[in-house]
Design a protein around this ligand. Structure first.
Ligand code: DQQ
Length: 583
């Protein structure tokens, strides 16, 4: 992170001295984190929708602002995605639950908003929440209602049910009169939101609500026998000091024995749990893997999971307010994350749109039990068009080779690199140990020559490399002779335009390099690059706005800038078509 010390008001109205980004007026900096309204911008309807940086195959409505994915679920043959949406403009505000349905998670039909402010228990806003499928295949939505105006934004937890269960589109939702299910939290009314999918255990339904107190992140646990009367457990499921408000908590079971997903209510021997929280203060998420004591309703992270800001992330880039759901048809757990824009609010109003949902990812527990693994859902491969395959391409230091014959602005590329020796790996500076991977990447970028790496892809590149977004690895030797693998997705040179947020996003990759190979897959889509390192062990998404590398003027290269020669063992790249229906 580029860091400047500034004072920020967190949404629980406390002063919080934080290291955050220096560019106050860009979306990424947490402007939305305060749920700050820009009254002068929030209801400017898009007259024109600018196409140049719109995505070709990511989830987007026709226009205007979107944020968190809400309550994804499968019902009667359709996947349902709800999401936070401003129907009136391209900045955050006027939030409703927009609703789309899909047979394949790729083509989407937009429906009327499912939930919008209409009752005293949500008259100032319908914020994030989740879906639960009750016995008898009866979906129910839990969501946060705002009951007092800005700036207090007092929050309660509500539910909504379908008006007509025989409609597979579930077009109409009813908010029963016994709402709210959970009233205002007296200690911290404005930091109490985003109910999870509920799970059933020991005769009770249980759900979490995110919160904070004195900068301690909290996941409150509520129990109910009938889904109507909810009682707070005497203690939260989990808390962590100095992590601030926990938005959009997600809690679900995983097993090291299979890549299959598990229903939220699945319990049993060998099952572990994941707790993910979205940190309002940093706009990053982190997750831990741990043990859930169902009797005492405690969650204890494993000692291999760092519990705090430095914890594992689903994605080390632009990825927030994520939510998973269990897909009973393909027996998988699917993760949705939101990527906001990295330009300014004014840019967004001019574009007429802001925010995308990233390609849904299958997510499972790595057999090591130490981390999760993610991979784009297989359905996205149905969009693949013309293809290019490269084999055994040697890359000496300073070489870049173009991947031709595909639409580089809209592509799927999967590459495996190999090298002969680890000898030339440079030493990992012990001082970097306390730094975020992003700071390490930032200090070197892709241009500073290394030993083993940097090597990788130059995505969304202009022909003469005035603009490019490199996604690459650098491999270091640490003091204990163990290897440290750094993966970067560096937006620094992504655009000649000014006034954009261009971070060097990065994460470390926990990968066994004994076969001296490492893979990288990138989904490139006009203004987004989603990358999956080492088969999905480390993922990074960047939003970029090239001025030259657009449409057919975008190029894709493989490169090496380390002294150790690299071989592209195999590279498979495809042009990506747009889905036939996108809202
Ligand atoms: N966005 C919603 C909140 C949530 C935040 C409001 C996370 O419910 O905490 O649009 O991005």
């Amino acid at each position: 992170m580029a860091r400047t010390k500034i004072l920020v008001f967190s949404s629980d109205s406390s002063l919080f001295l934080l290291s955050i980004f220096s560019f106050i007026f860009l979306n990424i900096n947490g402007v939305d984190s305060t749920h700050r309204v820009f009254p002068e911008l929030q209801s400017i309807s898009a007259v024109d929708v600018k196409l140049v940086h719109r995505t070709g195959y990511h989830f987007q409505p026709q226009k205007h602002w979107i944020n968190d994915p809400n309550g994804p679920m499968f019902y009667k043959g359709y996947y349902h995605l709800f999401y936070q949406y401003n129907p009136k403009g391209s900045v955050w505000g006027n939030i409703v639950w927009a609703h789309s349905v899909s047979k394949d998670l790729i083509n989407w039909i937009a429906l009327e908003p499912a939930i919008f402010p209409s009752k005293p228990f949500d008259q100032y806003g319908c914020w994030s929440g989740s879906a639960t499928i009750l016995p008898g295949n009866k979906p129910v939505i839990l969501y946060t209602g705002i009951v007092s105006p800005d700036p207090e934004n007092a929050q309660v937890q509500n539910y909504a049910v379908p008006a007509n269960y025989s409609d597979p589109f579930l077009r109409e939702w009813v908010k029963p009169d016994n709402n709210p299910l959970v009233g205002v939290h007296t200690e911290n009314p404005s930091a109490f939101r985003d109910p999870t999918t509920a799970w059933f255990d020991g005769g009770h339904w249980k759900m979490l609500v995110g919160s904070s107190r004195k900068h301690r992140g909290i996941a409150y646990l509520y129990r109910s026998k009938d889904f109507k009367k909810w009682k707070r457990s005497p203690h939260p499921l989990h808390t962590k000091a100095e992590t601030g408000m926990w938005e959009c908590p997600d809690f679900y079971p995983v097993t090291p024995r299979s890549e299959d997903g598990l229903d939220n209510s699945k319990m049993g021997r060998g099952i572990k749990h994941v707790l993910k929280v979205s940190l309002n203060s940093t706009r990053y998420e982190y997750y831990t893997i741990g043990r859930y004591n169902r009797v005492r309703d405690f969650y204890v992270p494993d000692n291999t999971s760092v519990d705090g800001w430095a914890g594992l992330r689903y994605d080390y880039g632009n990825f927030y307010a994520s939510k998973t759901f269990y897909d009973p048809i393909k027996k998988r757990r699917i993760l949705w994350g939101w990527a906001n824009e990295s330009d300014s609010q004014i840019d967004d109003v001019q574009k007429g749109w802001a925010g995308i949902q990233l390609i849904p990812r299958r997510i499972w527990l790595d057999p090591s039990g130490r981390q999760l693994v993610q991979w784009p859902i297989e359905e996205v491969e149905g969009l693949r068009g013309s293809e290019l395959h490269m084999r055994n391409q040697k890359l000496d230091m300073g070489v870049h080779v173009e991947v031709t014959g595909i639409t580089a602005a809209q592509a799927d590329v999967d590459v495996t690199f190999s090298f002969k020796s680890l000898e030339k790996a440079k030493s990992f500076d012990p001082e970097w140990k306390n730094l975020d991977a992003q700071d390490v990447c930032d200090s070197m970028g892709s241009t500073i020559q290394g030993g083993l790496g940097p090597f990788g892809l130059l995505t969304l590149a202009s022909k003469d490399l005035e603009e490019y977004t490199p996604v690459f690895f650098r491999i270091f030797k640490a003091e204990d002779q163990k290897l440290k693998v750094l993966m970067c997705s560096d937006a620094k040179r992504s655009s000649l335009a000014e006034g954009l947020y261009k971070p060097s996003f990065a994460g470390f990759v926990d990968v066994d390099l004994s076969d001296k190979k490492i893979s990288l897959r990138s989904l490139i889509d006009n203004s987004v690059v989603e990358s999956f390192g080492a088969q999905g062990k480390t993922c990074i998404s960047s939003r970029v706005y090239p001025t030259l590398a657009i449409y057919n003027n975008a190029h894709l290269f493989v490169f090496n800038n380390g002294t150790e020669p690299i071989t592209v063992d195999s590279l498979d790249a495809w042009s990506m078509n747009s889905p036939s229906e996108m809202n």
